[in-house]
Design a protein around this ligand. Structure first.
Ligand code: BEZ
Length: 222
């Protein structure tokens, strides 16, 4: 039985788990930070090794944004500890500074719908897919993405989304296609014309379109 699908804005359920750094209570471990919980199919596999190595190298970037990474696969703590040495060697890393959850009983994989029925291990059991959950400091789910086992994730994109989420939660803007930190933003459609001078004192640019509707309103990043 799989769990209830989580939607953006849902409370992310708390859990306890064994990890490569001991047992954790997820909420206690997060404290007041955000978290990125990401699963991968299995230890000692090639794409997963590149991903966990990349996240280890990006730990300072996640820290700058107040986000704690935590990985998950359906392998044991002993397996994770052995694999971490390979990940460090592959990534030329002197340390590996985030936990890997040992979900060898597949409890969390089922609870959070992380299993990929197209990827079966040697025993005929589904592997975990490459799920990404970004959870904010109030423990609300802010982003969820599922990738297939054969496609490694782009963690620059995940940092980019976190930047957008953190910007748009305090400013009346949304970020356009391919936006990057510092790039132009779109004024939220819900902002009324009369509120523009107060919210955007430096003015905005409105792009004219055939419909005559004034919805393409551009501002420098606030
Ligand atoms: C990998 O990490 O390379 C991988 C794992 C499971 C299926 C396909 C690829």
């Amino acid at each position: 039985m799989s769990g209830k699908a989580l939607n953006i804005g849902d409370q992310f359920p708390n859990f306890t788990a064994d990890t490569s750094v001991g047992q954790i209570d997820f909420y206690d471990w997060m404290q007041d930070s955000w978290a990125i919980l990401f699963s991968h199919p299995a230890d000692f596999t090639p794409v997963c090794t590149t991903e966990l190595s990349r996240v280890a190298a990006l730990v300072p970037e996640f820290q700058k944004r107040g986000v704690k990474p935590i990985a998950l696969s359906c392998d044991t703590v002993a397996s994770h500890k052995g694999w971490i040495e390979d990940i460090k060697s592959f990534g030329k890393l002197s340390s590996f500074d985030y936990p890997i959850i040992a979900d060898d009983k597949r409890e969390l994989a089922l609870k959070f719908n992380m299993l990929d029925k197209d990827e079966i291990n040697a025993e005929g059991i589904p592997l975990t897919c490459r799920a990404v959950f970004v959870v904010d400091e109030k423990k609300k789910l802010r982003l969820s993405i599922l990738y297939p086992a054969t496609t490694g994730r782009n963690f620059d994109e995940i940092l980019r989304v976190i930047d957008s989420l953190q910007l748009t939660q305090t400013k009346s803007v949304a970020t356009p296609a391919d936006w990057k930190q510092g790039g132009k933003c779109m004024v939220l459609p819900t902002v009324k014309a009369e509120d523009i001078p107060k919210l955007f004192p430096d003015g905005i640019e409105t792009i004219e379109v055939p419909s005559g509707k004034s919805y393409l309103r551009i501002t420098p990043q606030p």
